[in-house]
Write a protein that binds this ligand. Structure first.
Ligand code: DAH
Length: 360
């Protein structure tokens, strides 16, 4: 009447061992232990047996049921650990990770930081000033005469204001005025920042660019101090072999003034297309701060002009005259970055093209 329970057990064990997935295992459980399963069916038909057979077959069927429940749940556990082990095998620890895009500093920022670091390392402090300036700070206090061409609206962006003449600063030199008014000498300051000029944009001009201004005010500052400091700067910036040349020039806020060249970093001074066959590249303007500037900031200029001091020294034969003197310089950051990195178009700095910016 019933199939042999041992046969049923063998068959069920084979199926349970062979099965590879949880849903297949569930089907096996239903086949044997479900409401209409093979074991359930046997149990429900026990009353059909002869009374003396019932307890033995009933017990065997029940034992088999308990066994199958045990086998099935064990197989279930094995299948779970197997699948997570398989998943672990999929993880290749030698594969490179997913790269996180991390930004970096703009080449202009890097150049400003390099320039300032060199001066800070020899005792200069960084001071910043506003990009919107008064006409007085940008021109008048810097001894720039009222009819100077740089004051023209073609060369400076003026802002329309009712009572005060404001403008976008055309150089960082007005921060000399701000710093000298705010602090007492000795003063060694560098000023990085944006400046604006209404130039037509081309490979070497931009309506906005960067400068670093520098100045030093103390007793008995000499032109040789300026030369020494700038030579130190150029060697740190461009390399120990660099040569410098000071050409006489005119700036209203310094006297004497000079334009400073370095030996061409591409041809090493022999002459090439980058330096226009001259062997020299202009990098900055500089000079001894004009007494008129000191006067505007309330420093006692008369006592301090280098010329007067020399005359006094000769006249009075005294060599311990003290008084404030100073030097100043200003450089274009964009130009220096272009020279340093070999870039031939200033517009590349401001177009935000990642193919360019990623190279620095
Ligand atoms: N302000 C000048 C310019 O924008 C650069 C300059 C020249 C700054 C000589 C100075 C200096 O401090 O002494 O062209």
């Amino acid at each position: 009447m019933f199939r042999d329970l041992a046969d049923i057990e063998n068959e069920a064990l084979k199926e349970i061992e062979a099965i590879q997935d949880a849903s297949g295992l569930e089907k096996i459980r239903i086949k044997y232990l479900g409401r209409r399963g093979i074991i359930t069916d046997i149990m429900s038909r026990l009353p059909e047996l002869a009374p003396e057979q019932r307890p033995r077959i009933g017990k065997q069927a029940n034992d088999l049921k308990v066994k199958l429940i045990g086998f099935i749940s064990e197989r279930q556990r094995n299948l779970k650990t197997q699948t997570s082990a398989e998943k672990k095998q999929d993880l290749d620890l030698t594969l490179p990770g997913i790269r996180q895009e991390i930004g970096h500093k703009h080449p202009i920022t890097q150049t400003i930081e390099r320039i300032c670091d060199i001066f800070v390392s020899i005792g200069f402090k960084i001071v910043e000033g506003p990009e919107i300036e008064t006409e007085y700070n940008n021109f008048t206090a810097l001894n720039i005469p009222i009819d100077h061409p740089s004051r023209d609206a073609f060369d400076t962006f003026y802002l329309e204001t009712e009572n005060q003449k404001l403008l976008l600063r055309s150089h960082t030199s007005p921060v000399q005025i701000r710093a000298m008014k705010k602090y007492k000498p000795p003063l060694a300051v560098v000023v990085p920042g944006k400046v604006y000029r209404p130039d037509a944009v081309d490979a070497s001009h931009s309506f906005m660019f960067y400068q670093v201004e520098g100045f030093f005010v103390d007793e008995d500052v000499k032109f040789s101090d300026l030369k020494g400091i700038l030579t130190h700067f150029a060697k740190k910036m461009f390399g120990q072999d660099i040569k410098m040349r000071f050409r006489p020039h005119f700036f209203p806020f310094t006297e004497p003034s000079a334009e400073v060249d370095i030996s061409c970093i591409i041809c090493k001074g022999k002459g090439c297309s980058a330096c226009g066959r001259k062997g020299w590249l202009e990098i900055l303007g500089a000079g001894m701060i004009h007494p008129a500037v000191f006067e505007h900031v309330g420093y006692d200029a008369k006592k301090f002009t280098p010329l007067e001091k020399s005359i006094k020294k000769i006249g009075k034969k005294e060599n311990s005259l003290t008084g404030l003197t100073g030097f100043a310089f200003g450089m274009g950051v964009d130009r220096i970055a272009m020279l340093k990195y070999g870039i031939n178009d200033i517009r590349l700095f401001y177009e935000n093209d990642l193919r360019f910016l990623r190279q620095f």
